[in-house]
Design a protein around this ligand. Sequence first.
Ligand SMILES: Cc1ncc(COP(=O)(O)O)c(C=O)c1O
Length: 360
Amino acid sequence: MSRNYNFSAGPAMISEAVLTQARDQMLNWNDTGMSVMEMSHRGKEYLSIATQAETDLRDLLNIPEHYKVLFLQGGASTQFSAIPMNLLDGNETADYINTGTWSKKAIKEAQRYCDVNVVASSENSDFLSIPPIESWNLNEDAAYMHYTPNETISGVEFHWIPEVGDVPLVADMSSTLLSRPLNVEKYGLIYAGAQKNIGPAGLTLVIVREDLIGKALKNTPAMMDYAIQSKAGSMYNTPPTYSWFLAGLVFKWLKKNGGLEAMAEINERKSVKLYNAIDTSDFYKNSVNINCRSWMNVPFTLGNSDLDSDFLSQAAAQGLVTLKGHSSVGGMRASIYNAMPEAGIDALISFMVEFEAKYG
Ligand SMILES: Cc1ncc(COP(=O)(O)O)c(C=O)c1O
């Protein structure tokens, strides 16, 4: 059976090595006579899987002891509410920067709980750039400062970490976590839906500094209270056991393949190749400011948008699928997370050259 190169923004490709291992262990994990899906989350077998996954994630990201790692549910979108509920700590304001659709959603949700100070916004320039930090209207009394290091839809990525003094920095890393090494200590809290670089949908990672836990608003649901989840080992209720297991296989795969330094090198190379192919053609275009182009999501348009559906159908016929851009921006988007092989980028570029020669 041949597999496609799937450029989906998420759920996205998972490495074939991981899927093959999951398949081989599907009916009988480690001679337990059962699938991981059928195990009690309280049993010693599953607890060993869960603990190993956390250990491997801590190794990969070099997560210090004084950070908790939570394996939660509800997607990154649930964290849009959980973050203010847990971190406001009696404060009435939080800082947010608006760099795209996902920032906006986070802001909208936070406004239910506090005054959101939007420190800067790139909305007037179609979210194609990141306002320089010198222009941010930071509030040193804010409960926290939230940003979206990679805007998945517009393909805009911070290649630097904002310096915000003593205010805890909070980052929605849904589409960039594990794509490169990270200095976790720069952050108060990092969160990510799993369905891009981590594993299957259904799992949400939260990495949070210990001193920020335990101050949730009185009406915070138990499921969203970091103190309760942390005390329960992320098992206040039945966790997404299989997604957690699969994420653990992804962590092992990353370690085996050189860890995050190796991923960074490959990811940068893959994205540079694709941006070069776009920039050197007169037919394709990426409008994102060159300093903040994403390594993970590469949107581009064709010289003539009437050709979009031909491009998509002919690409699909060559096994290059899910290239349609998000409806809010149109055009194409190639999401090229860790599990997209370099050969997938080469195949896409060859197809783009061929298509341009035919129609350009
Ligand atoms: C940057 C970012 N934040 C949040 C989300 C929403 O994630 P979820 O579907 O896990 O709630 C996405 C989904 O694509 C995303 O890309």
